[in-house]
Design a protein around this ligand. Structure first.
Ligand code: DGY
Length: 328
């Protein structure tokens, strides 16, 4: 019997043609609707491999009931939706898609910063809604980006790629990270800065840190209160890193000037959410890595990782480095 791969969202047929020659593959056939939990559990209990989305919860219950499962390949660089410890205990490899999405995600992050600072979304709506009556001196005046200070929280590969873009805008670049990045400091002229100083000094605070126990609820009322009133906060990491109620109050009370958000505590966010009622918030539907080229490359990488594990090889981008394949 051929090993069985279950894919939790509809992917384009041509990405699958090669893998279908060797494996039995089936997928949840909706592009816009996540696979219901009971179907995911049933499929996982039969599958040798899962190709998952960041919106699927691959928790202990699922992993322990998936008796044949050998690999979970997540279509994202982040893997906070997967219980890595349990997967490792059970000998299940977990793979993600780093590197291939770095530049695409950095482009989106910097676009979000620019869009928020220069009020691009508001201005585009203004024109489309026929509100433009005449040119006027302070019409939709925003904030300059060039020559300002950017503070990057989470200096992984995407953080470095955002810093590289910021050099083109001749910005002063501060960063905070669990470990110092001496090579990046040298190459990009970025300056390691304690978190408390970074939030006070930066005009743009860009959050790119992974979601972990330590970073959950990192941006709270106390943190927003210390930012400049002209500061713009950008989050392209994960929603739960931010206390959304505190962010809302900071925006309404003028403690900060604006926010550009690609991620939210609960996704999809609804239009009735208080943050979405504010004109100084630019909100996107978690599209950091979403260019056609990059998403296709991410899909192929997931499938390569699955094939590698099923062929008892080491996958290219393994998350749980201490993984030892279980004999299943
Ligand atoms: C990921 O892949 O984890 C990011 O959220 C990019 O959008």
């Amino acid at each position: 019997m051929k090993p069985y791969i279950f894919i939790t969202r509809k992917l384009p047929d041509d990405v699958l043609s090669k893998i279908q020659e060797t494996y039995e593959v089936s997928m949840w056939d909706k592009e816009d609707i996540p696979v219901p939990r009971e179907i995911l559990l049933k499929e996982a209990s039969q599958a040798d491999a899962l190709l998952t989305m960041l919106s699927d919860s691959i928790d202990r219950d699922l992993l322990t009931s998936a008796k044949k499962l050998k690999v979970v390949a997540n279509l994202a660089v982040g893997f906070d939706n997967i219980d890595i410890q349990t997967a490792t205990e059970l000998g299940i490899a977990v793979c993600n898609t780093p590197d291939v999405l770095t530049d695409t995600t950095a482009d989106l992050t910097f676009s979000l910063l620019l869009a928020t600072a220069r009020r691009i979304v508001e201005a585009a709506e203004f024109v489309k809604n026929d509100q433009w009556k005449s040119w006027s001196p302070l019409l939709l005046a925003g904030h300059d980006v060039h020559h300002k200070t950017i503070g990057i929280v989470g200096m992984g590969k995407i953080g470095e790629a955002v810093a590289k873009r910021a050099t083109g805008f001749e910005m002063d670049i501060l960063y905070n990270n669990r470990t110092r990045k001496l090579e990046a400091e040298e190459r990009l002229g970025v300056q390691y800065t304690p978190f408390e100083d970074l939030i006070k000094k930066s005009d743009f605070i860009v959050c790119l840190t992974p979601l972990t126990k330590e970073t959950k609820n990192l941006f709270t009322r106390e943190v927003f209160q210390q930012m400049k009133p002209s500061a713009i906060f950008v989050n392209a990491a994960r929603g739960p890193v931010v206390n959304e109620q505190d962010l809302y109050e900071a925006l309404v009370n003028g403690q900060i000037a604006g926010a550009g958000l690609d991620v939210f505590e609960v996704e999809p966010i609804r239009s009735s959410h208080p943050l979405l009622t504010l004109s100084n918030v630019v909100a996107l539907p978690h599209i950091g890595s979403s260019s056609v080229e990059t998403r296709m490359t991410m899909m192929k990488l997931c499938l390569d990782n699955i094939s590698a594990v099923l062929e008892r090889k080491t996958p290219k981008t393994l998350v749980n480095k201490d993984w030892q394949a279980a004999i299943r």
